[in-house]
Write a protein that binds this ligand. Structure first.
Ligand SMILES: [Zn+2]
Length: 276
């Protein structure tokens, strides 16, 4: 790609101004994504929320390329007197967390927004790890505004706050942070780097048919191969990518538990359980 830049401008990349160079890189990345070359690095997940009488369940399948570093199982972290549980990437970021106030956060990439940060890029994984000990939806909103959002690729952040019976979602498109309120009822979110609109439509239909209103149906949904085992099934399988973990959060009154199972949910593997 560097050779193309040399021909286009007749000068080395080092002499291009940083902003122009970043824009060119972003445009090339966009073309590659639309042609499928970069789709594996944009993989993501399915998140489900199921309310209970005295709490809720959240389940999350994380889809990733097989070559990505293996994540570390959940552990309990204490920050300023508040405890949270979350698995983590080797770089410290995470995609799901729950704390001792029962506040659960889950982050999805937002693939439909093609923009890239103009300059420095900070991992999206830092969003949830930074906000993991927030105690209510206002805290989460304030925490988001304090992040360096301009350095973070587009994302959707879901927050479940049981004491407010709030299901909140923030969407960051690299220009604006928008907040949405969802009802305290079964919800699903999807993202996929492989034809996101089609994956969402197909997975939503499967969720509607399943009516995952208890833990057994919820687990069954997240290991589902409907309509067939492949890129659109909720338990996702592709040549170079797959669902790499299943994380389940249970909040019931003051009891908070996270269960984490590495590997595709359809395969047997040991589950790590942590409780607060
Ligand atoms: Zn599977």
């Amino acid at each position: 790609m560097a050779a193309g830049f040399l021909d286009r401008r007749g000068q080395s990349p080092a002499r291009l101004d940083v902003h122009t160079y970043s824009n060119i890189v972003a445009r090339v990345a966009s073309v590659l994504r639309s042609s499928g070359y970069l789709s594996v690095r944009k993989l993501m997940c399915t998140v489900s929320f199921v309310p209970k009488d005295q709490g809720f369940y959240v389940a999350m399948n994380r889809d990733e390329k097989r070559s990505r570093s293996i994540a570390l199982p959940p552990r309990i972290v204490t920050v300023a007197g508040c405890r949270a549980i979350f698995p983590r990437e080797p770089n410290g970021g995470t995609w799901i967390a729950v704390n001792d106030a029962g506040v659960c956060l889950a982050l999805l990439n937002w693939h439909r927004i093609e923009r890239e940060p103009a300059h420095k890029i900070t991992s999206r994984g830092q969003v949830v790890s930074e906000l993991a000990v927030k105690l209510d939806s206002h805290d989460v909103a304030d925490g988001l505004k304090n992040l360096r959002l301009k350095e973070i690729r587009p994302f959707r952040l879901v927050a479940i706050v049981p004491k407010e019976k709030a299901v909140a979602e923030w969407r960051w498109n690299l220009e604006r942070l928008s907040e949405y309120k969802h009802p305290w009822s079964i919800q699903h979110w999807f993202s996929s780097g492989f034809d996101e609109a089609k994956a969402e439509s197909m997975r939503r239909r499967i969720c509607e048919k399943t009516a995952a209103d208890d833990i057994d149906r919820l687990r069954g949904l997240h290991r589902s191969h409907l309509p067939e085992r492949g890129p659109f099934s909720i338990c996702m399988h592709r040549t170079n990518a797959a669902t790499v973990s299943y994380t389940e959060v249970t909040v019931e009154n003051r009891n908070v538990t996270m269960r984490y199972k590495p590997g595709p949910p359809c395969l047997a593997s040991p589950t790590v359980t942590k409780s607060l």
